[in-house]
Design a protein around this ligand. Structure first.
Ligand code: PEP
Ligand code: MG
Length: 587
């Protein structure tokens, strides 16, 4: 295991699935096969078309088998991607064009497939939209499969991975990612391409497998068998680390595993303080694939489903039916656990159908979230109808983002009621009424929380924005990131005000911003009296463990003392010291 002889290489990518992994590199080299280029004699044209048809049929059967395998283990979402690949095999833009080249240009099928694929990819290239760039790779996966089949090569060759393999690849097809993750042998993934929402990232997150994507030329720089340590939270990759670095990684990993194992034992136990204050720990999701991981970490529900992610990176928004299916899938997967679905938080940094919109001078303060929906009524109504229809399939709650004042809440609610009436008249089954809450994430909402609590069924505090707007720090701007302080006295006072207003009005109060899942703040939030904290799956065990070993009364004393201090630095230093003292094993 010693790596003294080889110099360590530090690589940086995008942390796509949190956690730390150490393992030997398995380079998945799905290199493109060299395409033979042949001119055909006239008599060869018909047999060539037959050969093409046989390869298409075979590809179709392979994809159909793969789809069956994957839908059993990975759920229907992944299978849908393979179904899209199958459809491409039957698409006239692909098949007819290949046949045309065989007949008219008299070239062999492999060459024709590559030419058509290049043309299709080029079409996608010219659309400045990430969703379509991803479709480029789908064209490539499909073309590659057909060419391999034409050449009689082994396709879907079972990859026999060594245990604890760090799979390194230029790119991973959805089929490869899902099949390998399923093998249970993958310690982590590294890919040259991809972003947070690439398929590898989603599969990895759903399986809690650490992953770094967008890692440049990692697949060329890492050799088979290299020892690789990766940190999927920070996007770091160490190739052939020194003994010291390795020891640190192993130690972090050991602690993490020990903690996870202990936490899993407590998976079904309540997050209750030693003096009996019960907090519901729930999860944040962007995609339905993340549910499996939430459940295995003991989430008691979903506290924030960011529905706008379904709208990003695609040309036209999903229609009512597609949305209805997604919401229903999430609700059904969660059984009778509560699921809080947030209506679209588009605008700001989350702009749908890129290119079409003029950039606002100050997007964070512009037409985003509920403002965007109230300005785009039909888009809003489509979502509300889909949500109303889906609500019969589970324990749904709904909330509106970025509410700044009562008028917005009333307007949004009246739109919801109009949709309810419309669907009711059409005889659509709607089930019982669900709770309608608001995200409290602006200083204005925090200051009038007592009034908003009269008409909202619950509050969920979005600290990511509340801090941004309270401290006047653009959360996207690196230059002011050092000023982003969840323990700023103004933030603590706002939180206190919000919780007090909710308690006085007798409505539940949750937090779903990043602050909710950070262990450092767990006792502050216990002291403040939040009923529910919503975070990513991996954070649930740690926060639960802290709550289970602490008393609320003690946490309140700590918070009172902290709030007597003034600067954010003083408060943070105090809280960190107190947390270390109480929970040294969590440091
Ligand atoms: C928040 O602002 O804290 C929040 C949860 O919403 P988002 O991060 O999606 O803006
Ligand atoms: Mg927000």
């Amino acid at each position: 295991m010693s790596s003294q002889a080889t110099p360590t290489l530090n690589l940086k990518g995008i942390g796509a699935s949190p956690g730390v992994a150490v393992g030997h590199a398995y380079i998945l080299d799905r290199k493109r096969v060299r395409t033979p280029k042949l001119r055909l004699a006239e008599a060869e044209v018909d047999p060539e078309r037959m050969r093409m048809k046989t390869a298409l049929d075979l590809s179709d059967r392979q994809l159909s088998d793969l789809k069956d395998q994957i839908s059993k283990t990975e759920g229907p979402e992944h299978a849908l991607i393979l179904e899209a690949h199958r459809l491409m095999l039957h698409d006239p833009m692909f098949v007819d064009e290949v046949n045309r080249l065989i007949v008219e240009d008299r070239i062999n099928a492999e060459w024709a497939v590559r030419r058509v694929a290049r043309k299709l990819k080029h079409l996608f290239d010219n659309i400045p939209d990430e969703y379509f760039r991803e479709r480029r790779s789908d064209v490539e996966y499909v073309a590659d499969r057909v060419v391999r089949n034409l050449m009689g090569q082994v396709v879907d060759e079972e990859v026999v991975l060594p245990d604890h393999a760090v799979v390194v690849s230029h790119d991973l097809s959805p089929a490869d990612a899902a099949l390998m993750a399923r093998s249970g042998r993958v310690a982590g993934f590294v890919t040259d391409l991809g972003g947070q929402t690439s398929h590898t990232a989603i599969v990895a997150r759903a399986r809690s497998t650490p992953a770094v994507v967008g890692a440049g030329r990692a697949s060329e720089q890492i050799s088979p068998g290299d020892l690789v340590a990766l940190d999927g939270t920070r996007g770091l990759i160490l190739v052939n680390p020194t003994e010291d670095q390795l020891a640190l990684f192993h130690e972090t990993m050991r602690r993490h595993q020990e903690f996870e194992a202990k936490a899993l034992e407590a998976k079904d136990l309540p997050a209750q303080s030693t003096d009996g204050f019960r907090i519901r720990l729930v999860g944040n999701i962007e995609f339905p694939e993340e549910i499996q991981s939430l459940l295995s970490h003991g989430a008691e529900g979903i506290g924030l489903y960011r529905t706008e992610f379904m709208f990003l990176d695609r040309k036209s928004p999903p229609g009512e039916e597609e949305q209805y299916r997604a919401y229903r899938q999430v609700l059904e997967a969660m059984g009778n656990r509560p699921v809080t679905i947030r209506t679209l938080d588009l605008g700001g940094d989350k702009v749908p159908g890129k290119g079409k919109h003029e950039k606002e001078p100050n997007p964070a303060m512009g037409l985003r979230a509920i403002r965007y929906c109230l300005a785009n009524r039909e888009l809003f109504r489509v979502q509300l109808r889909a949500l109303l229809r889906a609500s019969v399939h589970g324990n749904m709650r709904m909330m509106f983002p970025l509410i700044c004042g009562m008028s917005e809440l009333r307007e949004a609610r009246s739109e919801l009621e109009a949709c309810r009436t419309e669907l009711g008249r059409a005889g659509v089954p709607l089930g019982k009424r669900f709770q309608v809450g608001i995200m409290v994430e602006t200083p204005s909402a925090a200051l009038i929380a007592d009034r908003l609590a009269q008409e909202a069924d619950f509050f969920s505090v979005g600290t990511n924005d509340l801090i941004q707007y309270s401290l006047a720090i653009d959360r996207q701007n690196r230059d002011v990131a050092y000023l982003y302080k969840p323990l700023h006295l103004s933030v603590l006072r706002s939180l206190k005000n919000i919780v007090t207003a909710a308690k006085e009005a007798g409505i539940p109060v949750a937090m779903c911003g990043e602050m909710a899942g950070d262990p450092v703040y767990a006792l502050v939030l216990l002291a403040l009296g939040f009923d529910e904290l919503s975070m990513t799956a991996g954070q649930i065990p740690t926060v639960k463990s802290i709550i289970r070993q602490s008393s609320r009364e003690d946490a309140q004393r700590m918070l009172d003392a902290a709030m007597d201090l003034t600067t954010a630095e003083e408060i943070e230093r105090y809280i960190r010291t107190e947390m270390d003292r109480r929970l040294s094993d969590l440091a």
